[in-house]
Every structure is written in C-alpha cells, then in structure tokens.
Design a protein around this ligand. Structure first.
Ligand code: ASP
Ligand code: MG
Length: 436
C-alpha cells in the first residue's frame, strides 16, 4: 500500500480533480491524501482575519464569493444530477457553518475550525466523484486518526492504531481518501499541522501504516538540481538521501515541506516526488542512502542577514558563544549558518524582525557588524570529508564571487556559502556549469 498526496493545485479545479482520480484509480489499493483546493486555505485565513477584527461583513463577502466558486466546480465535476445535488449540499453545509462564526467571539480555536473546512470539502467532493465513477472509495476522517500530544507533536501510537482500525474495518474498499493538514490536539480540539502541512500528514500516515512508498504529487517533475527561476536547463534529481533532501527543503526547494522528511526517514519509507502533469516521469525518490561521491544539487535562500561579533574577550575564553546564542534565543530568532575564529563569530539569520534589539544586546560583548541583503548558496551531495576533491570543484566555480562566509562539516551533505544577493544568479549559474 502506498500514500498518494496531492496538493492544492492538483485538486484546484474540476478538471484537475478528474485527472487525480485517473491517477489514483490504478488498480492498487492506496491511501490518498488531499489538500484543500488551491487558494482556499488563504481565503479561510482572510475570513478569520476579518472575524478577529470583528468585521463580519468583510468575512461574509469572502465566504459568498468562495461558495459561488465551489458551486461552479461542482457543476463541472459531476455528470449526474444526484451527485451535483450531494456536492452542493455538502459545500453549503460547510459554508453555512463558517457563517455561524460571524456573530461569535472569535479566538484561535474558532480560526482552526474554519481553516479545517478546506480539506474537509475537497476530500468530500473528490470522494463523491469517485463514487459517481463507480469506485468503492472510503473517506477516512483525519480528525479521527490524526492527533497531537501535549507537546504538539504527532501522537504516533494513536495514529498507528486508529489508521489500522479504519483500514481493517473497511478492508473491502478499493481506495481510501483522507484530509491532509488537519488533526486534533491533545484536548480533542480541531487543530492543524501548520501551513503546507499536508505533506506532513502523508509522511505520518505512511510511517504509521508502514507503507511501501509515500508519493507527493505536485506540478514539477521532482526536485531540480538548481533553481529553474534563475538557471536554464536544470534537471530533476533521480534520487536523494533524506538528509540531502532536508538541506534542500530548507534552502528553498519548496516542493517538499521540511517536516515531511523525518517520519519517513525514521520509518525508512521512500518518499517519491511526482508530477501530476507528466505522471510517467520518474520524479525524485528520497531514501536513506545517497549516490556515492555525487554532488546532487544547488539551492539558494534570500533575505539573509549576517551578524559579526568581534571581541578580544573571546580569545581563550569559554562561555562566550553561549552568551551570544542566548541573545538570539531570547528574541526567538534562529541562527542558520555559523563561522568562528579565535576573535570573532559570524552568524546568519533569516528573520530580521528583532535585529535592532539583538544588535543592541550583542554590543555588550564586542564590536558588531551587520550585512543585509545576503543569500545562502547551499551545495548538497555526498560530501563526507574522506571524499577528496569536491571542495575544490565547488570553490573554484565561485572564483569570481565575493564570499562572506563558508560553512562545511555541519553535516556530510552540504557546503554553504554566504554571498551578496546581487551575486546569486551568477553563482548559481557558475555552479551548475561546473558541477552538472
Ligand atoms: N491547505 C493547507 C495550506 O494551504 C495545507 C496544504 O496544502 O498542505 O497550507
Ligand atoms: Mg502544499
């Protein structure tokens, strides 16, 4: 059994839903995880925003517009009047429910209930479509099988048990459908796994059901070896180690949500990224093994700020770094790259919200310099230090670029460079030319 997850654009219209139906009706008994139709979650966030501001009219205007749009999709999706009717009734029920929040006290609890409606609708609509096609599909409510614990972490024991119960109780189904993203928390309240969390759902369910494979279907044919927005002729990478994928997921390869990697990696279940438009393309498979000696990909992340703290007091001292890090911690700002020398340390952050306060506090410990508008270029592959020669290739590709920081050795899978964002494209192109 496999998990097949489809994101918002893959179910974004009647046409796309029909294509997904064709893909999932492949003779195998799989578990299908769906996101909300594209744009829906953003609109639900906006509705909630109006309700927080006690602007019921603003909220209801969006609700009405969304509802009209859903009726159009329903009209195109089903052929039989009976199913059009079912679809309309279902959607109406959800939008009427959202409307009931317009006159109530609005808190984060109500918001989470509203945010859950998108996936509840897309899966119900899709399930009716399969039934109209004569497929024996079963809709498993994610709100009954996905639960987080006291710390907000997935309750894997619960998930495993409940999934197994559902699958055994409905063993004669041809296909199972469930919602991505939504869950219940420790107290039984409706919650979610954060924006983009459907990938995480797929990974958690794949691990819980010890499935053969977790497929993430999107609209690109895999993880590319460089950023196609800046470099021509990028290619999908056939296979990656989970750790390589984790580096790339953070550094901008946005097709896979970073949280999705860990459950699959620990359960040793391959994750395959596939393209709904070119379903026969091999995509990218992510496993617990890497292709030896291979540099796989380059990625970049913008809006990076570098902060350097130089201090004679650091020389031969202990506890200096702790004091520096504590300042970042107190402003809940995470550090991405670090380089140190005996008399100074440079770090990068991607959230400059508290930059002024951080710099102010750091001045107690040394001379502080800030460089904004920087980008991290990350080169990913099998870069165990015992392999020789890869550093040379990477560094010499960047010979005409000024480099502010270099970080290697944090993992066996990456070298990162901090450069000016203005030089980013030039760096990405040069790396592609010399590495691939
Ligand atoms: N619908 C949710 C979102 O847009 C979850 C997802 O698509 O993964 O964030
Ligand atoms: Mg998504």
């Amino acid at each position: 059994m496999k998990v097949m997850k489809f994101g918002g654009t893959s179910v974004g219209s009647a046409q796309r839903m029909k294509e997904v139906a064709r893909l999932v009706c492949n003779g195998e008994k799989n578990l299908v995880v769906l996101s909300a139709m594209s744009g829906t979650t953003n609109q639900l966030v906006e509705i909630s925003d109006y309700l927080y501001k006690k602007n019921a009219i603003g909220a209801l205007e969006i609700v009405n517009k969304m509802e009209a749009n859903y009726y159009k999709v329903i009209d195109e999706l089903y052929t039989k009047e009976e199913f059009k009717q079912l679809g309309r009734e279902t959607v109406k029920k959800h939008f009427d429910y959202i409307r009931t929040f317009a006159n109530e006290i609005f808190t984060v609890f109500e918001e989470k209930i509203i945010l859950a409606q998108g996936e509840l609708m897309s899966t119900a609509m899709f399930n009716y479509y399969l039934q109209e096609q004569g497929v024996k599909s079963v809709l498993i409510p994610a709100l009954e099988i996905l639960k987080t614990d006291k710390n907000g972490e997935p309750d894997t024991f619960f998930i495993q048990n409940e999934l197994e119960k559902w699958l055994t109780d409905t063993a004669d189904a041809e296909l199972w459908i469930t919602q991505g993203y939504i869950c219940r928390n420790f107290y039984g309240e409706i919650d979610n796994l954060q924006r983009g969390g459907s990938d995480y759902t797929a990974s958690l369910l794949g691990a819980a059901g010890k499935m053969e494979e977790i497929q993430i279907w999107t609209d690109i044919d895999g993880i590319h070896n460089n950023d196609p927005r800046f470099v021509e002729n990028t290619k999908p990478i056939p296979s990656l180690h989970f750790d390589e994928a984790a580096e790339l997921a953070y550094f901008g390869a946005k097709i896979l949500h970073p949280t999705c990697i860990l459950p699959a990696k620990l359960a040793n279940i391959p994750v395959r990224l596939l393209d709904t438009m070119i379903p026969d393309a091999p995509g990218t498979i992510i496993l617990n093994e890497c292709r030896p000696h291979k540099i796989e990909a380059v990625a970049a992340k913008d809006n990076i700020t570098a902060i350097k703290i130089k201090s004679g007091r650091m020389l031969l001292a202990y506890g200096f770094l702790r004091k520096v890090f504590e300042i970042f911690e107190s402003y809940q700002t995470s550090i991405d790259m670090i380089t140190t020398s005996e008399v100074g340390v440079s770090v990068t952050i991607d959230n400059a919200k508290h930059l002024d306060e951080i710099v102010n506090d750091l001045k107690k410990f040394g001379t502080v310099t800030v460089d904004g508008d920087m980008s991290i270029i990350c080169v990913v592959g099998d870069m165990n230090y015992e392999n020789i020669g890869f550093q040379d290739k990477v560094v010499s590709a960047l010979k005409d670029i000024s480099i502010r920081m270099i970080s290697y050795g944090g993992s066996n899978y990456n070298i990162s460079f901090l450069i000016k964002s203005d030089d980013k494209q030039k760096a990405l192109v040069a790396l592609s030319k010399s590495l691939f």
